[in-house]
Design a protein around this ligand. Structure first.
Ligand SMILES: [Zn+2]
Length: 760
């Protein structure tokens, strides 16, 4: 007997199995994924948009007294035994028998229709789907003068002037030459726009266009980094400047005249270096993406404060541009000022102030709609000099402690270094120090913190990126999943649908998709599949913890591989993996929150579909999964900013016959991976953690193996990787070790030896 079963299931297990032999509950996610990959457009039309998608729209529509565009009520009533089902049944494919049974079961199973409602969009689902498909195809068709683009983006009519412009033009219409000048300028900008758009399309940057839902400019450019990183990049172990030195320096700066300082970058304010004829933000470069079909929070304010009640009018569209002009314009060739930029996906830098020739104060942006959570930074500088020592003071971190004081060094990526020496991300910096500064927190008492470090840059006139941790964006995740579903490692892209399928569980608050990958052996009989337990894994609920994405990538890659253990795992479990639980936060460059301005991992008890659709739909997924199978394990993957190593947080267990059972997995993990530390694990539940995913899932669904898997932003403090920083490859390896551990712990011998170890 499987002793890992949670208490509630244990007794009824045998009976349950008997029942299952005759009755099979449809696993909705599985069915959905199956439909998608087998191009069952009709099923999609009916089920994906009509019934199965967990949509957040309905409630909001009701609130706004807006009738649902796609006549929701009728859908619900019509569901069973509609003509669509018959069409599906008539279609031939290898899973026809499974579909048949599930679909026919569906007809009589009312609970199957558990979706909230259809989407917001007025378009028909099929049309929408087609548009999305088209948007995903990089087109080489140059018809950019059309207002309606083949990529699904409606370009703002760049050629057409606004009403004000039009009026002024009428008054000047007698002046033929002026009109001609206007016209040629217009044509120029049109051409410029078309060229940029074409380049973006060819580079594939218009695939998976992110949605922002905030009134701030962002460039669509997608920055791709080479995967190479320095192996064994050591921690720093020397320092000349300490906390007191930097704090004194800050005091002096405050006392001195500020006339020397100059704002050289601001991500929100207007640049003073431009004129009306030479606009800073050129609206002719605006990509007006399709209107967001998701919920738009009327309280969202780009500057991070809640609007007064009753004030609405937030644009339901994004300000995404083909390109953006730099804030600062160099005066001449001798001007050594660094040119900053952070208005790209996942970027975070609010402002840069030049203090001296080579010293800059950098101010971070709060998480949107919040008054804090600043910890993630990601920006680029150009116009570098290789023979100078720079000093950066990054301001307004909110955490009182950081492993920057224990040897962590900031990451940089030099384009020239990569091109010439093949070196990607690397660690730099001397005199690295994290310390309390003199700025008070906006919310409540206490102060904020700063990070200062000096460094040399390798090349003149280079393009250099600075980041808190290896960046991993929403589009990186989309691309990775796409490649995984059609195995790109082989020469011809072979579909992997025998082992992985993906679907979308819902849209985020801003309207970005939350992808769900389902992994199991899909070639097994439906009877076999229905007997498998589920393992649910989520990543990136905290957007600034990009380490989580690399671990999840390692898990996904391993699970679909041809390794013996992977094959065994696919026979044993149905994996449901959501690699990015908070896409909005990732896109906006937040550290901890979603677009709602709240930490999603504190909303599990009372998540509403209106404000927290991500968590609301996760809970729905848990419930629906439990209707068709047991859940053996839930793991939420995080990054940790104060401790070293990888480790897990679990939930204590009081059942006398299951003593230490929750510790078996972490114990085995520590044996299989050198960076995993059992000593760092904790199984106590603190009061303030009760609303987290791990604790909620343990208590609500009675799942004993409910964990968060944490990995340090720094590295390991023991074993072969001691005193070096984690690299993306090592983090992926943690993911692989996770899978091997999972495969091991059902082995009675291993389990017994773990229990023996734990009780001693
Ligand atoms: Zn976290």
């Amino acid at each position: 007997m499987n002793t890992y079963l949670t208490p509630g299931f244990q007794d009824s297990k045998i009976e349950e199995r008997k029942v299952r032999k005759t009755k099979i509950n449809p696993d909705k996610d599985l069915l959905l994924a199956r439909a998608i990959l087998e191009n069952e457009e009709e099923l999609l039309k009916k089920n994906l948009d009509g019934q199965q998608k967990y949509s957040a729209g309905e409630k909001y529509n009701k609130i706004r007294n807006k009738p649902n565009s796609s006549t929701p009520g009728t859908n619900v009533g019509k569901t069973p035994e509609s003509s669509t089902d018959k069409r599906i049944l008539g279609k031939k494919n290898m899973h026809i028998s499974i579909n048949e049974q599930i679909v026919s079961k569906k007809s009589s199973n009312k609970s199957f229709v558990y979706r909230m409602n259809s989407s917001f969009s007025k378009e028909s689902p099929v049309k929408k789907q087609r548009a999305t498909k088209e948007a995903n195809l990089p087109s080489i068709n140059n018809k950019t003068s059309d207002a309606s683009q083949p990529d699904g983006l409606v370009r703002k009519k760049a050629g057409k002037p606004s009403k004000a412009e039009n009026d002024s033009r009428i008054t000047k219409s007698r002046d033929g030459r002026k009109r001609q000048r206007d016209k040629s300028a217009l044509n120029n900008s049109k051409t410029q726009y078309n060229i940029e758009l074409q380049k973006l399309k060819q580079a594939g940057d218009l695939r998976w266009t992110p949605k922002l839902c905030v009134d701030i400019p962002m460039s669509i450019e997608r920055i791709k980094f080479s995967q190479s990183a320095y192996e064994n990049d050591n921690k720093w172990n020397y320092r000349i400047m300490g906390k007191e030195d930097y704090q004194r320096r800050e005091q002096i700066k405050k006392l001195e005249s500020t006339s020397q300082t100059q704002v050289v970058y601001d991500s929100l304010d207007k640049s003073p270096f431009y004129t009306d004829s030479n606009p800073y933000i050129d609206d002719k470069k605006l990509l007006e993406a399709k209107k967001n079909s998701g919920f738009v929070n009327p309280n969202i304010n780009p500057r991070g404060y809640r609007r007064q009640k009753g004030i609405t009018g937030i644009p339901n569209k994004d300000k995404i541009y083909t390109s953006l002009n730099p804030y600062y314009i160099l005066e001449n060739e001798e001007d050594t000022t660094l040119v900053f930029e952070s208005r790209f996906e996942s970027g975070n830098l609010k402002r840069a102030v030049k203090i001296e020739d080579y010293e800059y104060d950098l101010i971070l942006r709060n998480d949107y709609n919040s008054q804090g959570y600043t910890q993630w930074f990601y920006f680029r500088v150009t116009n570098t000099r290789s023979d100078k020592k720079y000093l950066f003071n990054i301001y307004h971190f909110y955490k009182p402690e950081s492993i920057y004081n224990e040897g962590m060094r900031p990451l940089i990526y030099s384009k020239k270094k990569e091109a010439k020496e093949g070196v990607g991300w690397m660690r730099i910096g001397e005199d690295i120090c994290y310390y309390q500064n003199t700025t008070k927190r906006k919310s409540g008492s206490g102060f904020l913190y700063s990070l200062s470090f000096s460094f040399d840059l390798p090349f003149n006139d280079d393009e250099v990126y600075f980041c808190h941790h290896y960046p991993y964006t929403y589009r990186d995740c989309k691309e990775f999943l796409d490649n995984l579903c059609t195995d790109s490692r082989r020469e011809e892209r072979v579909s992997q649908k025998d082992r992985i399928r993906k679907t979308e569980i819902c849209k985020s608050l801003a309207g970005n998709s939350l992808d769900l990958a389902i992994i199991t052996n899909f070639l097994s009989s439906e009877q076999d599949i229905s007997q498998r337990d589920a393992v649910i894994i989520t990543g990136r609920v905290h957007p600034g913890e990009s380490n989580s994405s690399f671990i999840v990538e390692g898990i996904l890659e391993y699970l679909v591989s041809d390794e013996v253990e992977a094959i065994q795992l696919r026979e044993k479990y149905v994996f449901k993996i959501i690699p990015m639980l908070n896409p909005d936060g990732v896109i906006l460059g937040n550290y901890r929150c979603s677009l709602s301005g709240q930490d999603l991992n504190r909303q599990w008890i009372a998540a509403t579909s209106r404000v927290f659709p991500e968590i609301y739909n996760m809970k729905l997924m848990f419930k629906k999964t439990l209707e068709s199978r047991r859940i053996f394990m839930y793991v939420d993957v995080h990054g940790h900013s104060r401790k070293n190593n990888c480790f897990m947080y679990g939930c204590s267990n009081k059942a006398s016959d299951k003593k230490n059972y929750e510790k078996i997995f972490p114990m085995r993990f520590s044996e299989l991976h050198p960076t995993f530390s059992f000593e760092d694990c904790s199984f106590n539940v603190q009061k303030d953690r009760e609303t987290t995913g791990r604790v909620f899932v343990r208590r609500e669904y009675n799942i004993l193996n409910s964990f968060t898997l944490e990995s340090s932003f720094l590295g390991a403090s023991k074993g072969i990787y001691q005193d070096t920083h984690f690299t993306p490859e090592q983090l992926k390896d943690v993911g692989r070790a996770f899978c091997k551990t999972l495969n091991d712990i059902e082995n009675p011998k291993i389990k017994a030896s773990m229990l023996k170890k734990l009780s001693s």
